[in-house]
Design a protein. Structure first.
Length: 158
């Protein structure tokens, strides 16, 4: 019920290509099946279901950015579609982003997207519960390589 009514707070971290402008913003579109590829979703102005993603640039690197994302809705591939829609696809996303590997200091085997935090109300006690997941090693390693140092701001992100 909380998912259906948008009361679950979901926060993600992603490494994206480029630097979103503005650095903080909201993407509001309709998301539905792509008319040209049934396996893909698309931000479509004429049809689809409402989708809202809030983003905030946490750190800029030469050709990439680390962004924090909070979704109000939970559409299929929502973050990936929205970031590609604004011209900043998630690194490693072969479906919605470019497969270019140039400028990356390390090989990337997956999407650099991480479900960092979820919060919801306990159904019986009504206590607010929050759970965090630490950054996976490969994402942490790429951030360090992008920063050109090994100390990063890891503790600030987890």
């Amino acid at each position: 019920s909380q998912f259906q009514h948008g009361r679950v707070r979901k926060e993600y971290l992603a490494i994206v290509r480029g630097h979103p402008e503005p650095a903080t913003g909201t993407v509001r579109t309709l998301i539905g099946r792509s008319s040209s590829n049934r396996k893909k979703m698309s931000a479509q102005p004429a049809r689809g279901r409402r989708a809202v993603t809030h983003y905030e640039t946490v750190q800029k690197y030469e050709a990439f950015s680390l962004v924090r994302l909070r979704i109000e809705t939970g559409r299929t591939h929502q973050i990936r579609v929205h970031m590609a829609h604004i011209g900043h696809p998630v690194v490693g996303d072969r479906q919605y982003g470019r497969t270019r590997r140039d400028a990356l200091p390390l090989p990337v085997e997956r999407q650099m997207l991480h479900a960092a935090r979820i919060a919801f109300e306990h159904p019986r006690t009504c206590e607010m519960l929050e759970f965090e997941a630490p950054l996976p090693a490969d994402l942490r390693q790429l951030l360090r390589a992008l920063a050109g140092r090994s100390d990063l701001l890891y503790n600030e992100l987890t």
